[in-house]
Design a protein around this ligand. Sequence first.
Ligand code: FDA
Ligand code: NAP
Length: 436
Amino acid sequence: MHTSGNEIHEVVGIGFGPSNLSLAVALEEHRSQTTGDPITAAFFERQPTLGWHRNMLLPSTKMQISFLKDLATFRNPASRYSFISYLHAAGRLAQFVNNQDFFPTRQEFHDYLEWAEAGFADRVSYSTEVTAVHLPDTVGTVDHVGVEIRDLIRGGTRLVRARNIVVSTGLVPKMPVGMERDERIWHSSQFLEKFRKLEHNRIRRVAVVGAGQSAAEIVRFIYDSIPGATVSAIMPSYGYSIADDTPFANRIFDADAVDDYYNGSQRSKDSFWRYHRNTNYGVVDDEVIRDLHQRAYDDEVRGTPRLDFLNLSRVDTMKQTGDEVRVTLHSVRDASASTHGFDLVICATGYDSMEPSRLLGDLEPLCLRDEEGRLSVQRDYSLATTPEVTCGIYLQGGTEHTHGLASSLLSNIAIRSGEIADSIAERRVSRQYSLA
Ligand code: FDA
Ligand code: NAP
């Protein structure tokens, strides 16, 4: 494919979730703080509108970070795109403060993201999917790339050129090994869309697999929404464990911790994960755990148990036959197997982190890798490449091995986006000098 189209941008953002929205804010504010030409940016997003895990926007679910860790505040407390500005614009600042809660609902945070997005609508193309990145036709220095974009409404592809790309395509839903989604076997990332189409009166037995936040929220929601159904929680642990968000542990999400992780030895990186994995993975907020336990206890008092905990169990196989899903469990307790039938199974079995290799296409062989075959990422979130590549390839996500635990989270997006914007601006200055 020829990469010589006319349209050229300083930055092309692939995906427009919170990370690249935060980058759009950082680039905008960079422009207002400096003189000279603005850094032009175009973002491509495959969803028809901005959507932040819409299928998990369950009623009353809360954010897992403070509202102050919004798109901008940690980088620029005076930003007009802060959560506080949003509250002010919405006329709710006083009531939010009176509510005395650091953790807004996910619904409110979504509303905030949509409010912020409205300031960048001219830079985002929705219903467009980036399918590949191409090297330029010219030989020698790779100072730009071609980004192939598929129009999901009209069909067809086009190419835009970019001096920098920022890949921010998000987490990838993960099913239990060897298992496929089906009409009655869903991943949690599909949940609400599927649930809305369900005939609730035909559902009696639901299984939810996993012991993380998604699983616990879905168990609670189904229990509350389908009063006639038994909900079986299949989990590898003895019971749901709490997500550690206590103050000292929470420091691993601070901006300084990124430097500590990045500059640390492999042994110190391993320690981050060993000691602090329970801040995020396979764990549940205290409030949801207590809610579920209260429901189970109330059931016991009434003598009508509807919550069934199949603990110390992993799903081995799953098959839909007619109106039923047959699930084989492997007991972690005694290695025995048992088979159960359900009307519906939801796999809240987590996500793989972003891995952009396939998307990078022709560019991928020019990207350097570490001794374990993972992409080498520099401190400014750009990929390390062979010397002929002078354009920037930045990642927002997929950097757990280099930048640590916050890589897939919102905690550090304001600072990270600012660092990427600074790096792009510096790259532009050095290009202008080299042309002079
Ligand atoms: P995100 O996944 O949000 O966005 C990526 C975007 O790229 C998507 O809109 C997708 O459609 C688009 N895209 C993908 N491929 C594309 C392509 N080829 N072309 C064009 N577009 C493409 N973290 C936290 O810190 N606090 C929290 O409260 C939560 N809550 C939470 C709830 C749930 C249900 C989940 C699953 C996860 C969280 N997280 C979280 C973690 C989560 O990763 C984080 O909130 C953000 O979604 C990260 O934002 P990104 O923009 O990086 O990814
Ligand atoms: P997760 O934390 O990775 O949990 C996945 C769970 O599935 C783990 O308990 C895992 O156990 C289990 N599992 C995997 N395969 C299994 C199998 N074959 N049989 C039984 N259990 C199996 O995923 P998540 O709950 O989706 O959370 C992902 C991210 O989204 C986290 O950052 C979380 O905080 C966030 N989130 C936030 C909110 C919110 O903001 N309110 C809501 C939902 C999710 P093993 O680890 O032992 O395999």
